[in-house]
Design a binder for this molecule. Structure first.
Ligand SMILES: [Zn+2]
Length: 254
């Protein structure tokens, strides 16, 4: 069974001491590819060099909406250069995060739109980070007529919102939250979205599955998310693995 982790921060310092062991265990668990989103420019170089060294790691760098104070004036130009050089599988993670009331929503919006423009120019999909702002993100995608699709990472919205993303050409990414019994809402949504619109992710080192509660999450745990999704949908793990992997490959060109 081949699995793709569509959102893994394996480039972060928390994996620096044992990254080769983690990669080996992830491969043994069936994870044939990992997509590495960027957060801010200072992290891009390590991420890109890691991806050029390991064939199964794929870069999708970008400027995260929660790190506005880290982003510099010419970071967008640097992102555009990388994107147009053809070394990326997507632009991420980008979006809007309204969870914190004090967030500078106007600055987030400008940053988001500028990166959508870069993705459109480079004809790349985007990895979306969205909290409490699905309607605003969808309105932006519609207004800019963004047509290269993408993935809504660690989706936590409603079924209705998922359907709207689907119409906009986006896939919904399921993470370890569904392994928790109390996550009833997202479990119900994950069971109801058409399988053709779903992909899997760990979001390592964050959002560990229930069996690893409060531990560092790792791409090697992706089969646990797969198993939970298969159980919720009453399907075999093979069936879910095959379709979600196909979905990720088709979108990202892996
Ligand atoms: Zn992330």
């Amino acid at each position: 069974m081949d699995l793709i982790d569509t959102h893994s921060h394996i480039d972060l310092a928390v994996f620096r001491d044992d990254i080769q062991e983690v990669l080996t265990r992830a491969r043994e668990a069936g994870v044939v590819a990992q997509v590495l989103p960027g957060v801010y420019r200072a992290g891009w170089e390590r991420l890109l060099s890691l991806c050029s060294r390991e064939n199964d790691l794929h870069p999708a760098i970008g400027l995260h909406p929660l790190y506005l104070q880290h982003h510099g004036r010419d970071d967008l130009d640097a992102l555009r250069d990388h994107a147009l050089q053809g070394e990326l599988k997507g632009i991420g993670e980008i979006g809007l995060d309204y969870f914190d009331q004090d967030a500078d929503r106007r600055a987030q919006q400008e940053l988001f739109e500028a990166q959508l423009a870069i993705a459109a120019e480079a004809q790349l999909p985007v990895l979306l980070h969205v909290r409490k702002a699905h309607d605003q993100v969808q309105a932006t995608l519609r207004r800019l007529r963004f047509s290269h699709g993408g993935i809504v990472h660690a989706f936590s919205g409603s079924l209705q919102q998922a359907k709207h993303y689907q119409k906009l050409g986006f896939l919904i990414s399921i993470c370890g939250i569904i392994t928790y019994d109390r996550a009833t809402r997202i479990r119900a949504v994950a069971a109801a979205i058409p399988l053709e619109s779903l992909v899997l992710e760990t979001d390592s080192p964050d959002i560990p599955p229930a069996a690893h509660y409060r531990q560092r999450n790792s791409p090697e745990y992706l089969p646990e998310i797969l198993a939970a999704l298969a159980e919720l949908r009453g399907k075999t793990v093979e069936c879910i693995a095959e379709q979600t992997t196909k979905n990720a490959k088709d979108l990202l060109g892996l």
